[in-house]
Design a protein around this ligand. Structure first.
Ligand code: UDX
Length: 438
């Protein structure tokens, strides 16, 4: 089947590469010419496990190509995926202007039937809005249909999440559209939930908001554990055996980041409000998450009541391991606070440093290290922010010879208090008793 993907960002490129992998003839489009040139050469500006190999394989097999012309993309695909951004406006509402612009272009250029698919996360009833736009601009009076097919891809495991999806959700208004989707996704044996577009749009926002709520819930309970000397990992273990709760997404830490959870929770809260409902539960989810960084910094203050001219080492900058993405990453907020208080930072991340440098260029007070040990040189506190595998196998006896004071604040409970005590560290975990004496 001929498919066009408009907007090759994190979601669009995974959609394009994966559908090409399934044997479809896919054309990816973006108005960022640099990005299109890079993808066309088989070089992905986005880091994602396995992406570049799949990109090159499909370009070579002729099932995947790229263009910066939206007209060419519209004429190519019988199915056109809209994968452009829906960033937050002030107050949390989703900015749908990019989605609307693409819908307008499709209506103006389409000369035969098109199935227009919302892949971007959009508020409920967006598909109805798109339909309105299409009817207004449908110059050639062709049959155009709008469907919702939300993605559930996690960064770092996106390709796996596509091919081993827990479920595929399609929001359609006709049997024809349903059959096209079934043909599109043939080869993926995940359950397909068929519903209407509005319901599909709600499934996406509700799923992300629920996952974010689960994280804020366990972080709220972690605060109680800190005040009562309990152990949040054991609480999560005791909860998780209950199949109705489940073990996943119960890792307490410095909070969720990324381009989805923060934005989707705020957007879903707005959607509730716009429909005359009280979704303030989601405001608390957001509030608890925002508090995580201050709580993390307050632990550092217990060890160092002055930050000025102190050397602190940050291990991990990406919002989670396995990606170079720093959008809404807790590390950025930590860096801002510490730099504002005059600290000297030595930071390291296996993948995300180039992205962080665009926001915090290197200075005499901000050094981008070669590796975790280089970051730890002359350190007066090590701050573990992203739980990359690389940090699991640190040789602390080597570290201890390089640092000035043995302080480690663990934002992801990567280390065990027992081990840190044996290594002779002042150690602050999340939701567990700290080690304050050495
Ligand atoms: C999320 C959803 O999982 C995915 O289905 C949706 O399509 C996009 O948003 P993503 O943001 O890429 O995916 O990563 P995810 O693995 O969900 O983690 C999101 C954030 O939550 C990260 O900052 C992570 O560190 C944090 N997290 C996750 C926790 O703090 N605790 C957990 O137990 C799990």
């Amino acid at each position: 089947m001929k498919v066009s993907v408009i907007g090759v960002g994190y979601v669009g490129i995974i959609t394009a590469v994966s559908l090409a992998e399934l044997g479809h003839n896919v054309l990816g489009m973006d108005d960022n010419k640099e990005k299109v040139k890079s993808f066309s050469k088989g070089i992905s500006p986005i880091y994602e496990e396995g992406l570049e190999e799949a990109l090159n394989k499909n370009i070579k097999e002729g099932t995947l190509s790229f263009t910066d012309s939206i007209e060419v993309a519209i004429s190519h695909g019988e199915v056109i995926f809209i994968c452009v951004g829906t960033p937050s406006l002030p107050g949390g509402k989703a900015d749908l202007s990019f989605v609307e612009r693409v819908a307008r272009e499709i209506a103006k250029n389409a000369k035969e039937y098109k199935l227009i698919v919302e892949k971007s996360t959009v508020p409920v009833k967006t598909s109805e809005q798109i339909l309105k736009t299409i009817k207004l601009y449908n110059k050639h009076g062709v049959e155009l249909e709008v469907a919702s097919n939300p993605e559930f891809l996690r960064e770092g495991t996106a390709l796996q999440d596509f091919f081993e999806a827990d479920r595929i959700v399609i929001g359609v208004s006709s049997k024809k559209a349903e059959n096209l989707f079934r043909e599109l996704y043939k080869g993926i044996d995940s359950p397909i939930v068929v519903t209407d577009p509005n319901t599909a749009e709600i499934i996406k926002h509700a799923s992300n908001s629920f996952l974010a709520m689960k994280i804020s819930f366990i972080n709220m309970v972690a605060d109680l554990c800190e005040n009562t000397g309990a152990d949040i990992n054991k609480v999560a273990e005791g909860m998780g055996f209950d199949k109705r709760i489940g073990k996943s997404f119960l890792n307490a830490g410095i909070g969720y980041g990324g381009s989805c959870f923060p934005k989707d929770v705020r957007a879903f809260n707005q959607i509730g409000k716009e429909n005359g409902l009280d979704f303030s539960l989601l405001k608390d989810v957001d509030k608890i998450n925002i508090e995580r960084v201050e709580r993390f910094i307050s632990k550092l203050r217990k060890a160092h009541w002055v930050f000025k001219d102190k050397v602190f080492s940050l291990w991990g900058l990406a919002f989670k391991p396995g990606t170079d993405d720093i959008r809404e990453a807790p590390a950025l907020k930590v860096m801002e606070i510490l730099l504002n208080e005059g600290a000297i930072l030595r930071v390291y991340d296996p993948k995300a440093m180039e992205n962080v440098k665009k926001i915090f260029p290197p200075t005499e007070k901000l050094y981008y290290a070669q590796d975790p040990y280089d970051a730890a040189k002359d350190s007066e506190a090590i701050l573990l922010i992203t739980e990359w595998d690389e940090f699991k196998s640190i040789d602390f006896s080597k570290i201890k010879d390089m640092i000035l004071t043995n302080v480690l604040i663990d934002g992801r409970n990567l280390y065990s208090p027992k081990k840190m005590k044996e290594e002779g560290f002042i150690y602050y975990p999340v939701g567990k008793p700290p080690i304050e004496e050495i």
